[in-house]
Design a protein around this ligand. Structure first.
Ligand code: NAG
Length: 278
């Protein structure tokens, strides 16, 4: 696909000769390593992290709650186009955080190839409103490019999220152009106008320290595949701006979790599970 910028570049190049129009460089991502933990091994009967897990990562017993929902048409048209519009309420924050996230698969660990694909589709280093992140799992990596907005939480209490109608309005009113015009002009907001809620999921986050990094462990109670019960997804994660640190510490954390009997050797597919089960 050629975005307006690259089409313009092609026309200008054609008129003026050749290399007068310099392509913008790729976005520079940060890295978030996300590894699954075995819920049976790390949660107590109260479905909270055990004291041993908390002390291993210097975590207090207090958690931060996050309530999350996605919007999409029932046929998942938006998700299938690689986008995820999300609304999140975080405990102790007044407003809702709106996120429009575009995913790119990283094939065979080739992060730069994914960044180049994103560049050809209009996401380059001049795009300072968007953040690029490599979500680095066990065996899989995904490039996500996201734009954050906020919407007023006034009139809502506790961890409440807006209902379907207000969720559509918030996400339509704040939709960035690249999302809205992704497949055709106004595609995104047209899809949102008939979208429903996928979720919500009320997750709990613990924050600690490991190997000089801030580490998070999140517990996500997601509807199980039968749709009758809850499956707890437990994810440990840390962020870094360094690709080398991401690679080394990912291996170190896998080793630690394996050694403790806490590692679940699978890639995390939280968003996919929410889109499939709600
Ligand atoms: C998860 O932990 C439980 C309890 O330690 C263990 O019985 C089970 O085999 C583990 N599951 C996986 C997939 O590793």
């Amino acid at each position: 696909m050629h975005g307006p910028r690259s089409l313009f570049a092609i026309i200008v190049s054609a008129v003026l000769g050749t290399s007068l129009v310099q392509a913008a460089s790729n976005m520079v991502p940060d890295y978030e390593v996300k590894l699954l933990m075995n819920a049976t091994a790390v949660l107590g009967t109260d479905n909270k992290l055990t004291a041993t897990v908390l002390s291993t990562f210097g975590m207090p017993t207090t958690v931060t709650k996050m309530n999350v929902q996605f919007l999409d048409k029932s046929n998942k048209e938006i998700y299938n186009a690689g986008w995820s519009p999300r609304i999140r309420k975080t405990e102790d924050e007044d407003d809702f955080e709106l996120t429009y996230k575009k995913r790119y698969t990283v094939t065979s660990g080739n992060i730069d190839a994914a960044l180049t694909t994103a560049n050809t589709e209009g996401f380059d280093s001049t795009d300072t409103n968007y953040d690029a992140q490599i979500e680095w799992g066990y065996q899989k990596q995904t490039l996500s490019i996201s734009r954050k907005k906020s919407a007023s939480g006034s009139g809502y209490s506790g961890m409440d999220l807006p209902g379907q109608s207000k969720s559509r309005t918030f996400l339509i009113d704040n939709a960035p152009g690249k999302f809205d015009d992704w497949l055709s002009n106004g595609w995104g907001t047209t899809a949102l106008a008939s979208a429903r809620i996928f979720g919500p999921v009320l997750a709990k986050r613990s924050i600690g320290t490991w190997s000089s990094l801030q580490i998070y462990i999140e517990v996500w109670p997601i509807k199980d595949s039968a749709g009758t019960g809850i499956e707890y997804i437990v994810e440990a994660s840390f962020k870094t701006t360094s690709r080398t640190t991401a690679a080394t510490k990912q291996a170190d954390l896998i080793a630690l979790l394996t050694n403790k009997g806490w590692f679940l050797a699978q890639d995390s597919l939280k968003t996919q599970l929410i889109m499939d089960r709600y």
